[in-house]
Ligand binder design. Structure first.
Ligand SMILES: *Cc1c(COP(=O)(O)O)cnc(C)c1O
Ligand code: SF4
Length: 369
């Protein structure tokens, strides 16, 4: 069963606003997170989908619930269950099939954690599970069955539940920051800290500021990297205050965005990325190759061209990790290679991503071409 922390645990439901208010550019990102669609029938009604699809969604989403912020609705074609944005977040009964070769931990990440909240798989960099929840549930997620509660567990009790994860200065966040800084002091060869999750930009500004200031004090840390889907999903998260916090970080910053289809990139997303550029971060994109969504050179070329216009370069195109419930998204590697070849013939070299697969125990992601 999935153990992904869900938003209701993290955000209280006080101060609700109506659905009409929250996809505006001026809306508060916390309201958008809180007001995300969780009810299958609401989703079907809002998008003009047949009501009977709601039953299929409800039956399929067990353990990893439906979660779609309203900011995405305007980027989905109404009445089309095959829409390439909707498909990424739409639970289907195919998820319930047990398929040979698919498991809950294909990357063997559970054994790559030297300390609570830290994954140390590759030389010179560590990945930190900075926030366990996400503002959206991508059905192909490689961490959909991830045991956050186990991975984050401190050996010293008491351990508050996920619900208190980002609340209060004495909660588990300072503990995680301490655990990471202590690890970095013991491992001066680690020069890059990747704040990931879940979704690191669900941390509030104060928590992010403390991460950056604590990491900023460690001389052996050269770079801080974010792996985030937030500027794409909820561009309102990129506030002037956030840009200010990022700008004052003394280390070089890398922000790796996650999007899979050009239809995810609307005017508000482009504006958020423009704001992010003011923080002088290196902006990169990672995507997952997904059947029926972006397994086409046309779609990917448009995605890369659109983002290049705002200074974002493609970094990785990931072959799907074989996590239970995701087999219907898999694209054969031979097809992935053909797509990359076509991209090479059409785009400048810097707009062609590295097509990679994760191999447990390997010293880096494995290039597939
Ligand atoms: C992908 C990944 C990284 C980063 O790898 P890069 O090749 O540096 O982008 C680091 N740690 C873990 C656990 C990862 O999965
Ligand atoms: S945003 Fe990333 S971690 Fe969260 S559900 Fe989507 S793929 Fe998974």
């Amino acid at each position: 069963m999935a153990d992904h922390a869900t938003i209701p645990d993290v955000f209280d439901r006080a101060g609700q606003t109506g659905p009409d208010h929250i996809s505006r550019e001026s809306a508060d990102w916390r309201d958008i997170v809180r007001e995300a669609i969780r009810d299958p029938l609401t989703l079907c009604r809002e998008l003009g989908l047949p009501d009977n699809l709601a039953q299929q969604i409800a039956a399929s989403a067990v353990g990893f619930p439906l979660l779609i912020p309203r900011t995405l609705l305007g980027r989905i074609r109404p009445g089309d269950p095959a829409d390439p944005v909707l498909r990424q977040f739409l639970p289907l009964t195919a998820e319930l099939q047990q398929v040979e070769g698919y498991s809950d931990d294909p990357l063997e990440e559970r054994s790559a954690s030297p300390a609570p909240g830290i994954l140390a798989k590759y030389s010179g960099r560590i990945l930190v599970l900075a926030h366990p929840a996400c503002p959206v549930h991508c059905r192909y997620c490689f961490r959909r069955a991830f045991p956050y509660s186990v991975m984050l567990k401190d050996r010293t009790p008491p351990q508050p539940p996920h619900g208190e994860f980002s609340s209060g200065r004495e909660g588990p966040l300072p503990r995680l920051v301490r655990s990471v800084t202590a690890y970095l002091e013991r491992h001066p060869d680690v020069h890059e800290v990747i704040l990931s999750g879940g979704e690191p930009l669900l941390l509030d500004d104060d928590d992010l500021a403390s991460w950056l200031s604590e990491l900023g004090k460690i001389p052996t840390v050269r770079r801080i990297r974010f792996h985030t889907r937030m500027p794409i999903v909820i561009p309102q998260r990129v506030t002037d205050a956030l840009v200010q916090i990022l700008s004052s970080c003394p280390k070089s910053l890398v922000v790796v965005l996650h999007a899979n289809h050009p239809q995810e990139i609307d005017g508000m997303v482009l504006a958020a990325i423009e704001r992010l550029r003011a923080a002088k971060a290196l902006l990169l994109l990672q995507s997952v190759l997904l059947a029926g969504i972006n397994d086409s050179a046309d779609v990917l070329a448009e995605l890369y061209e659109t983002l290049a216009a705002v200074g974002v370069l493609p970094y990785y195109l990931h072959q799907l990790d074989r996590v239970s419930g995701t087999h219907h998204f898999e694209v054969a590697e031979v097809r992935g290679r053909a797509i990359i070849q076509q991209l090479r013939e059409r785009l400048p070299g810097y707009l062609v991503p590295r097509y990679v697969r994760e191999v447990p125990g390997a010293p880096a992601k494995l290039p597939l071409l």
